[in-house]
Unconditional design. Sequence first.
Length: 135
Amino acid sequence: MKSIVKSVVFSYIALILSKNVVNGFSFGSNELKSLALVLIALSLLNMFMVPIFKLISLPFSGIVFIFFSFMLNLITLYVLTVLIPDFKMVASNLPQLRILGFMIPSRNLTLFWSAMLSSLVFTLVYGFFDWMSRR
C-alpha cells in the first residue's frame, strides 16, 4: 500500500511539474477526471514496468536506464492521448530562461518536441523523487 501511494504522489508531482515547465499537456474540460486517469496509468507503469527495465538494463546502469524510462514514459503518454479523450499533448512555448548569467532564448515547440521534453521532465523528476525515497 505504501508503494502505491508513493508512486501516485511522485507521478502527480512529476506530471504537474512537467505541465508547468513545458506546458505540453491539456486535460480538457473535465480536468480532474483526466488527471486521475493519467495518474493511475503512469503510477502503474512506474510500479510494474520500471523493475522490468531495471532487470533488462542491469549490465548498463545510469544513462541507459534513464533512456529506457524516458522512452517508456513517452510511449505511455502517447497511448494515453489515444485512450483518454480529454487528455492531449499540445505544442507549447518555452519562455526565456536565465541561469547564472547564461540566457536560453524562448522557443516554440512543435507537438513532437513538446512531447519529448514533457516526457524527459517527467522521467527525471519521478526518478529523482524515487531515488530520494530509497535513501
